[in-house]
Design a protein around this ligand. Sequence first.
Ligand code: ATP
Length: 365
Amino acid sequence: MPEIILKNVTKRFGKFTAVDNLNLTIADGGFVTLLGPSGCGKTTTLRMIAGLETPTEGEITIDGKVVFSSEKGIDVSPNKRDVGFLFQNYALWPHMTVEQNISFGLENLKWDKARIKDRVAELLAMLKIEQFGKRYPSELSGGQQQRVAIARTLATGPKVLFMDEPLSNLDAKLRTEMRSELKRLHVETNSTFVYVTHDQLEAMTLSTRTCLMKEGLLQQYAPPLEVYNNPANLFVADFVGSPTMNFIEGSGKNVNLDEIKVNAGGMDLIFSPVSGSISLRDDQQIILGIRPEYVHIGQEGKTKAHIYSTLPSGMETIVRVRMGDMMLTSVVFGAIDYKTDTEVNMDFIGENCIVFDKESGANLA
Ligand code: ATP
């Protein structure tokens, strides 16, 4: 049975629509990220599922039970929804030790002492903080405090865990480490995770499905690799991936069913779109999207281009090249140092371009 279902959920603040007619099914045991730029409605969506915000319209079901319905006048309070929260400011109680912070919720539920002790020990081990049980939060690093906060949230075994940018206060190294911990935790706990982030890399690496929003409207809801490889529209294509996708504007037409000829920047380019067959009107105004890893610089390239800049970072090098009037980004594995303005040969690798309609921005696949 699907765990969480949102049906036509809308939230208005006065005349402003923060979430617009959202339909979403979050599968039991999924790790779903709500992703999008600041103000797109991620937190509002999470808060509505959790019961912290009342939708203006719509229906929300958790585990087969309607927890909100504007039509039926149902609004189940957050503590009756069997959910846990982990927010950006994960304030631990400063006057309590780590063990006391974790056991607090269990004492409230009137668990007996021996059972609480076992559960706390289990959580300390799961989050690798066994040695900190007797310490106070002020005696822990940010990352250790974060682990305690997670343990506290998991203590009562909620079926659904809501997280709103829980890693944003951590430095880059800790964030990477905690991402890996969260991913393991998701597998170990078997819970459903709903996670808000504006960081596309976080969404890509963590989730089983990503819900990408813009101005309150759902743009795409799919596994992250599908979002990356076959974005629904230009907005999604541009938002996901770093360095960002290359966009080439031009007029296109079919050469045959699975090849198109695009006139862009005074050049004719032939592409086989990732979707296989595609049908364009003659001279349809399109935008081609090509990920930087499919822009190839080398001996055998078909087209001449010039190096604009080279940015080596050790593991990879981001190269900006000028091809006619166009500026393109290529990413190459390893450290390469091209001299500025050198002439190079360039090519697009295989079938990895996506064709968008210029006017609507929709993926034409
Ligand atoms: P961020 O990444 O910045 O947290 P978000 O995608 O989580 O953004 P929300 O917090 O869901 O965005 O807010 C969506 C929109 O609704 C924003 O434009 C915000 O200003 C507005 N909004 C949120 N809460 C309220 C409120 N209580 N009253 C009025 N407007 C609100």
